[in-house]
Write a protein that binds this ligand. Structure first.
Ligand code: PEP
Ligand code: MG
Length: 571
């Protein structure tokens, strides 16, 4: 049997499945005579759960960072809340019922109360209460949970979705891959799998129904293809692919420490995209030449309130120091669209991607913007900082954002706080209007970084999340390619440099075209960097310029894509 999902993390995996089912727990109401013994049972289960959670929290903080560990802090808080456990104890005593039944009743009461609230943050708390109550219930019922931290045999994990506690506790040395029913390329499991460099496929719909524990699985994290219980020839085919993938990875490691220079001598900067300071490890391992996009919104999304100036300062400083003087582009807050903050009420909009978001929020709420800019400038003394604004659509917005930077700098100066005077200021080009007037904008920035993820959706009027029209979302659309070329030309005419941090920058079929258009900096998922260096070091810019000329003669995305599919570099 074969299944198809969304390739989330590259690599080939072959091994036995371990299906993680988060089964509904069965609880029956009983009349209890020894009420004290029942209360004790509850207290023991709570204590056991607490000590488990303390361990999970500590491990998560160490391996994934404080922000990821925060969720377990929230679970511990539920267990320490007298209104919750106290209410369960009360129920055992007054109704003479069994501990599991009492916990279940109190859980359901709290969950439905939170779920009915008109506030995303409170609705999310319902999931915490459910998760932690189930942990207590399993201890009362004596149900063994698959302990992912002590997996002994190598396995491929199959789940509806993996929870943060699953990914935090698992014994990574034994996990060969992940397969999940739900999720897209930016879901938690997908991001974690790429960071951990474990092959993964998400969005398989019914993997947990079609795969049983112990089934032999072969899958390709690039293409999203899964084969369940393959015959010998299929097995051999995947084993061969795996060998090739590993050989390629090994060969690419030889490029660590090498410069990214084309055959005809153009130096290219190959940087990485990150979401948290913990991702620096992956950048170093893959020899990134800098950070081309630090998406700071995760710092805000992983928090229960707006992160303080000091908290932000620590995060930015840690990336700047961790990268040892290499250039770091930190993007100011880019929320809105599909990225919400539980503690910041944004009105429901008809078209959130065209609405109140990113720089528009920052210019409206200067208090939020200034806190971030103060943290950024304070951190600037610890490395080579570049600040970048998202979603700029006009010159007015750019000038206003720059004015706030100047205000922050003069405030810091008057307070006697140190900051670097050499911070480059740049903006993302992800709105066609900005691309069209990029000649004007270029005079006011040090650099552009092209955000193709959004530029494609706005240029082609195609929602990047809508599966039904995804055939229209194509980076090879000639309109998109023309805009990219125009932006790079306009940057160069003004003596500025141009980079790209959208997914296209790490795409092997796009890189030759971007080189031909003169792109100076490419920022991508850290695992794509060495493959990109291999390509860069094996081509001539002059050949790539001819290639661009050739593909821009085509009128359709399909023709360009086909041409690029057949394009190979001469080595
Ligand atoms: C982009 O739009 O290309 C981009 C890099 O930003 P994000 O994916 O965070 O919207
Ligand atoms: Mg964007």
């Amino acid at each position: 049997m074969s299944l198809k999902g969304i390739g989330a993390s590259p690599g080939i995996a072959l091994g036995n499945a371990l299906v993680i089912e988060h089964k509904e727990l069965e609880v029956k109401k009983q009349n209890i005579k020894d009420v004290d013994a029942e209360v004790k049972k509850l207290q023991d289960a709570v204590e056991l759960s607490k000590s488990e959670l303390e361990k999970v929290k500590e491990k998560a903080a160490k391996e994934l960072g404080e922000a990821e560990a925060e969720i377990f802090g929230a679970h511990l808080m539920v267990l320490e809340d007298p209104e919750f456990i106290g209410a369960a104890e009360e129920k055992i005593k007054t109704d003479s019922v069994n501990a599991d039944y009492a916990v279940q009743e109190i859980r359901d009461m709290f969950v439905s109360m939170f779920e009915s609230m008109d506030n995303d943050y409170m609705r999310e708390r319902a999931a915490d209460v459910k998760d932690v109550s189930d942990r207590v219930l399993r201890h009362i019922l004596g149900i063994k949970v698959i302990d992912l931290s002590s997996i002994e045999d190598e396995v491929i994990l199959v789940a509806h979705d993996l929870t943060p506690s699953d990914t935090a506790t698992m014994n990574k040395a034994k996990v060969l891959g992940f397969l999940t029913n739900i999720g897209g390329r930016t879901s938690h499991t997908a991001i974690m799998s790429r960071t951990l460099e474990i092959p993964a496929i998400v969005g398989l719909s019914n993997a947990t129904e079609n795969i049983k524990d112990g089934d032999f699985i072969a899958f390709n994290g690039d293409t999203g293809e899964v084969v369940v219980n393959p015959d010998d020839s299929k097995k051999e085919e995947y084993a061969k692919l795996k060998k090739e993938f590993e050989e390629e990875k090994k060969a690419l490691e030889k490029l660590i420490g090498k410069e990214s220079v084309t055959k005809d001598g153009k130096k290219i900067e190959l940087a990485g995209n990150i979401g948290t300071p913990n991702d620096v490890e992956g950048l170093i391992k893959n020899d990134a030449e800098g950070v081309g996009l630090y998406r700071t919104e995760f710092l805000y999304m992983d928090s229960d309130e707006f992160p303080t100036e000091d908290k932000q300062y620590e995060a930015y400083k840690s990336v700047l120091e961790g990268m040892d003087g290499k250039p770091i582009i930190i993007r100011t807050l880019d929320i809105g669209g599909d990225k919400e903050l539980s503690y910041f009420d944004m009105e429901k909009e008809m078209n959130p991607f065209l609405g109140y978001r990113a720089i528009r929020i920052c210019l409206d709420r200067k208090d939020i913007f200034k806190t971030q800019l103060r943290a950024l400038y304070r951190a600037s003394v610890h490395g080579k900082l570049r600040i970048m604004f998202p979603m700029i659509s006009s010159l007015e917005e750019l000038l206003e954002a720059k004015k706030v930077c100047e205000e922050v700098k003069s405030e810091l100066k008057s307070e006697g706080v140190d900051f670097s005077e050499d911070v480059e200021i740049g903006m993302m080009i992800e709105i066609p209007a900005a691309a069209v007037i990029s000649d004007i904008l270029a005079k006011h920035v040090d650099f552009f970084s092209i955000g193709t993820n959004d530029l494609i959706q706005y240029t082609c009027a195609v929602d990047r999340m809508n599966q039904k029209i995804s055939y229209l979302y194509n980076q090879f659309n000639p309109a998109v390619l023309r805009l990219i070329k125009l932006v790079i030309e306009n940057a160069h005419k003004a003596g500025k440099w141009a980079g790209m941090c959208g997914e296209s920058a790490g795409d092997q079929k796009m890189i030759p075209l971007l080189l031909g258009m003169g792109l100076d900096e490419f920022s991508m998922s850290p695992i794509s960097i060495l493959r990109a260096r291999h390509l860069v070091t094996n081509v001539n810019i002059s050949d790539m310029e001819k290639l661009v000329e050739k593909v821009l003669e085509f009128g359709t995305a399909e023709e360009i894509e086909e041409y690029m599919n057949n394009f190979t570099i001469n080595q």
